[in-house]
Design a protein around this ligand. Structure first.
Ligand code: BMA
Length: 826
């Protein structure tokens, strides 16, 4: 601090080292927009999009509520014009080079700087950069015309003699979910969706810094550094390399040109997924100098890790798992979709919160699904810091794409832009070509009614893109493995269970019972899911009133799966009491979802090392929705998120009843530590009386799944519908019921609560004389419960913390599963 103040004084006095750093100017002010051809300009936000600009002026109704979505489709069918005026100082204009950078234009945009056309953009995922010095004055105008994607799409479509599945969206390189998805609205945005910058330089500027692992071991890491610069060769230029703020190497331009730059780190601290070790990040900074004049500097954080995708034939098929730093890592997590249909509304704290929710639920992997966006730098930075591994899809989903030269070269540049931007992030452990395109081609009837030559051409386009272009790019830009399509084999191909990653949609789409997850376990489950209703607050938001009516047209419009409501009801009736009151229906639907998905998670984990990953569909929502998410649009955890947290714990106790009516007690350990201790089993009735108990010493090995105990059910209890099994092992504990939820004969009883102010909120102490199952707490106050949807053992008080900034004691609402079932006769 004192040092930088001194430096500042020296600079002001002009007797210190002179700098000639590039100047970056964001062009985010004074924007206006209008419908093309209109006379009236209105103020606009950049980054932003035309829907949020129209909304800000009250010119359209909020598409996130009611049935408004339908009435505003005209916005995407219209052409729009944006402009800004800005001044530049003579000092800036005197710089030798000026570049304009558009980090994201969605999508078909003609850009004019002072009336000269400088860019015709056609890919929302690309960054556009160009020199503009000769065009700039003191007073300037930047104008962008956006044309409706539908226009270009119909021109492109007319060039083909056949139709590509699934509609015209395949012609436009923009987020595919904007065309409507089975969990999201059709809101096809247009606008400047990412920052716009002017960059002024004299002789030198750093472009991107690239770091590749030449060698990674416990004793030594060798990192090959490279960078792009704007300056030409200059023998007087030198470079300084800092590691964790310490100067470690000084080089001349000539050294760098002849030998390149390799950074050696002895006994490096490696980057680990957070459930295995520390996600350690080094600070790396490079400074370019001429004499003692600083020309530019560039810095990044970097995690040293080696990642491999192991796909080796074995006696059963072919393995599919990730090895990080030589250790097989079981992947636990969910599929991630964009957090908002309007990306400009997603804040830093939204990223921070959601990714913390991921860590808090003991997940170590997210799959960035191919129908969304390549996320922004912040997202990847946070995943690096939090030790979350990313399976990164390229942005292609559920369709067949064109394979002509222009399309391919556009995608090639898209891949280059995004991989160049993201390649230094240790969190990215896989690049995957697409979501379900190959499954769709083989399984969804897309080949029907087509001639052989047409099929050949469509499949040849697929191969050009996903079997040649993208893997070549991944190889050229990263050290990370590439996987052609998720899943490897679709539903219907029996191989799905033995090789590659799988999507199990027999449950849900085909109505199979949840037990299907237990009997058909693949090598790596990259998608499986079940819908539920979001919190009551989201339903009220959709209904634009206090009403929890789940049958309104508004609620119907926020369920995008044609059989969604029907399937939720069908599964509820199978395993749970069918309730009617909307508040209870919401609660019960969440329990059904949590029950089914955690059944899957635990079956997958028990099956390690055969199965090495369990990612459910889907983590989050992009608008207020009835969907597969475990966290709703306002960030509230559904029952699934709370219960997945337990099922994803590194050490998992997972009992199950096998086909021979025996109780198997499984212990899964994803950590690298041995655990020894007593495995204790107790059968309790719902008043808390112990009816049976046993214990035995066990040892749980690192990275393992084992079944140290098998017991005859007969031995344990006769009335299995009115008891619970408690299994404990060291600090871990687990309750297990022998019957399906609807058949458990709980006892009705009061839950008493005491609420006390505590640091950062309130402590709520709950207790009950009888076992209470799935206790759900809610309050009108904004805040978070440390636990929810939990079981309360008889006469064993539990304290739940409610984190809030509010000062008032919250008025608690409580629902317990005990209220909905047959009462046991006492
Ligand atoms: C998967 C995803 C999405 C879809 C989800 C639910 O196949 O890849 O395309 O939203 O199923 O149907």
């Amino acid at each position: 601090m004192r040092y930088s103040f001194l430096l500042f004084i020296l600079l002001v006095l002009g007797c210190g080292p002179k700098h000639d750093l590039p100047v970056v100017l964001e062009l985010h002010d004074n924007w206006e927009f209008r419908q093309l051809g209109d006379s009236l300009w209105q103020s606009a936000n950049v980054p932003g999009n035309v829907f949020t600009d129209l909304l800000n002026h009250g010119l359209i109704d909020d598409p996130f509520v009611g049935t408004n979505e339908e009435g505003i489709q005209w916005v995407s069918e219209t052409d729009w014009e944006y402009r800004t005026r800005f001044q530049l100082s003579e000092e800036l204009l005197a710089k030798k080079h000026v570049e304009i950078n558009f980090e994201g234009l969605d999508t078909y945009a003609s850009v004019y700087l002072n009336d000269s056309l400088i860019l015709s953009a056609n890919n929302a995922f690309r960054a556009w950069r160009m020199p503009v010095k000769p065009l700039l004055n003191v007073e300037n105008e930047l104008r962008i015309n956006f044309t409706s994607p539908a226009k270009t799409e119909s021109i492109e479509k007319a060039k083909l003699a056949y139709e590509l599945p699934e509609g015209n969206r395949v012609f436009t390189r923009k987020a595919q979910f904007q065309y409507g998805w089975d969990w999201g609205p059709k809101l096809n945005i247009m606008g400047v969706w990412r920052p716009v910058k002017l960059i002024f330089t004299n002789d030198f500027r750093f472009g991107q810094l690239t770091i590749r692992n030449e060698k990674v071991s416990d004793s030594l890491a060798a990192l090959k550094l490279g960078w792009h610069t704007t300056g030409s060769y200059d023998a007087d230029r030198s470079y300084e390399l800092y590691l964790n703020k310490r100067l470690v190497q000084t080089m001349t331009e000539r050294d760098v040109q002849s030998k390149g730059l390799t950074l050696f780190i002895e006994n490096p601290k490696l980057w680990w997924p957070h459930n295995i070790g520390e996600p350690y990040l080094y600070d790396i900074k490079l400074v370019a100098k001429k004499g003692d004049r600083i020309l530019d500097s560039i810095k990044t954080t970097y995690g040293i890790r080696d990642v491999k995708l192991v796909t080796e034939p074995d006696s059963l098929g072919e393995s599919f798992y990730f090895k990080v730093n030589g250790i097989p890592v079981y992947a636990k997590g969910a599929n991630y979709i964009p957090q908002n249909s309007f990306q400009n509304r997603v804040t830093r704290s939204d990223y921070e919160q959601l990714l913390q929710d991921v860590v808090d639920a003991n997940m170590n992997m997210l799959r960035v699904w191919g129908g969304g966006i390549y996320e922004n730098d912040e997202f990847y930075q946070l995943c690096d810091e939090k030790g979350i591994m990313l399976w990164q899809d390229f942005m292609f989903a559920c369709a067949m794409y064109p394979g002509d030269k222009d399309f391919l070269s556009n995608v090639k540049q898209e891949a280059i832009d995004n991989m160049a931007r993201l390649r230094n992030h240790p969190s990215i452990v896989l690049w995957c070509g697409n979501n379900e395109n190959s499954e769709g081609w083989y399984r969804w009837g897309w080949q029907e009614g087509r001639s052989e030559s047409e099929k050949e051409e469509i499949w040849a386009s697929y191969l050009k893109l996903f079997d040649s272009l993208l893997p070549e790019m991944v190889d050229a830009f990263t050290d990370v493995p590439y996987w052609e399509s998720s899943p490897k084999y679709g539903r219907g191909n029996p191989k799905y269970q033995f090789e590659g990653d799988a999507h199990d949609w027999w449950v849900w789409h085909d109505g199979y019972p949840f037990e299907h997850f237990e009997t058909e376990v693949p090598r790596f489950m990259s998608e499986f899911g079940f819908q539920s209703f979001p919190s009551a607050e989201i339903i009220q938001l959709i209904n634009e009133s206090d009403s929890l009516d789940l049958t309104t047209e508004a609620v119907q419009n926020h369920q995008k799966h044609s059989r969604g409501f029907e399937l939720i009801r069908e599964y509820m009736a199978r395993d749970f009491p069918l309730v009617e009151d909307p508040e209870h229906y919401i609660y019960m639907s969440q329990l059904v979802q949590a029950y089914g998905i955690t059944k899957g998670i635990e079956a997958h984990r028990r099956a390690r090392p055969y199965n090495m990953g369990s990612l459910y569909w889907q983590l989050n929502d992009c608008w207020p929705a009835i969907s597969w998410s475990s966290i709703d649009f306002k960030g509230r955890w559904k029952a699934l998120h709370y219960k997945a947290k337990h099922s994803f714990e590194n050490v998992l106790i997972s009992p199950q009843i096998n086909g021979d009516k025996k109780l198997e007690v499984w212990l899964v350990n994803d950590g690298l530590k041995n655990h020894t201790g007593m495995l204790e089993l107790k059968v309790l009735n719902f008043m808390g009386e112990s009816l049976w108990a046993m214990s035995r010493p066990i040892r749980v090995y690192p990275n393992s799944s084992s079944m140290p105990l098998l017991v005859d059910l007969e031995e344990i209890a006769s009335a299995r519908d009115s008891v619970v099994l408690q299994v404990s092992f060291n600090e871990y504990s687990r309750l297990f019921y022998f019957e399906q939820p609807k058949d458990i004969r709980l006892i009705k009883g009061e839950i008493s609560t005491e609420i006390m102010k505590s640091t950062g909120g309130f402590d709520i102490e709950l207790s009950s004389p009888v076992l209470q199952k799935d206790v759900f707490l809610s309050t009108a106050l904004e805040g978070r419960f440390s636990d929810n949807f939990f079981d309360l053992l008889p006469n064993r008080p539990k304290i739940v913390h409610f984190q809030t900034e509010e000062e008032n004691i919250p008025e608690l609402q409580m629902i317990s599963f005990n209220n909905f079932i047959r009462e046991v006769e006492r």
